[in-house]
Ligand binder design. Sequence first.
Ligand code: 5HY
Length: 265
Amino acid sequence: MRIRVVNPNTTAAMTELIGASARAVAGPGVLVDAVTSATGPASIESHYDEALSVPGLLAAIADGEACDVDGYVVACFGDPGLDAARELARGPVVGIAEAAMHAAALLGRGFSIVTTLDRTRGRAWELAHRYTAPGACRGVHACDIPVLELDADPHLADRVAALAGLALEEDGSDVIVLGCAGMSGLCEAVSARLGVPVVDGVGAATLLVQSLVTLGLRTSVRNEYAPPLPKPYTGALAGFGMTMQQGSAQSGSAKSPVSRGSRAM
Ligand code: 5HY
């Protein structure tokens, strides 16, 4: 089984961390292929960054389809381009925020998210309202460390744990969700300090994709996640247009602008 974990920002050092976290949990016989977006922002900390990270993400998904990748992780806590990626991929596509929040909801009555900059809290709330039942997400808290400064902070675990402890008290929650792929690998340290489950979306998403593929489950070709309709694309995105052959999901044809081969229903 081959799972592609896509870092939608363009910072290779973060991809190294993300790949290590995914490989640490992946089962035997699972090849984790961690890739860095070739185009877009160095980090994703705003709606603007998120919007402009999507073409690079989709190019990595399209390339994966040409390499017969079995499933994908979108390794950014804003889950950028998740629905669009599902229109391209034959296999499952899971976002790290999606996986972390679903996992947290299985472990307690309420969870709190600890993320990076305050301005990204709104997006985390939007996703919580999409993915989980009302009241499951009790709070979103920012440690105000920029994404690209996380790995330079020698006291990161202490800072995240301190904020997470305040969040548990303030929100009355039972579980902590790490709100950035760059915090991946902090679970044990933070959980040891607080005595509650701490969920990292990279690991949760990797194993969720692995489980779905093991069950033989793929993204549906019906309705909303059918391949994009063929039409001209111009300018910088000219290469993203789907051809007639690739645009028809009903015949089970390929979904990606560059992939070959048909897709089983
Ligand atoms: C992430 N940004 O996981 C998000 C974190 C955030 O570049 N990778 C990023 O703050 O939304």
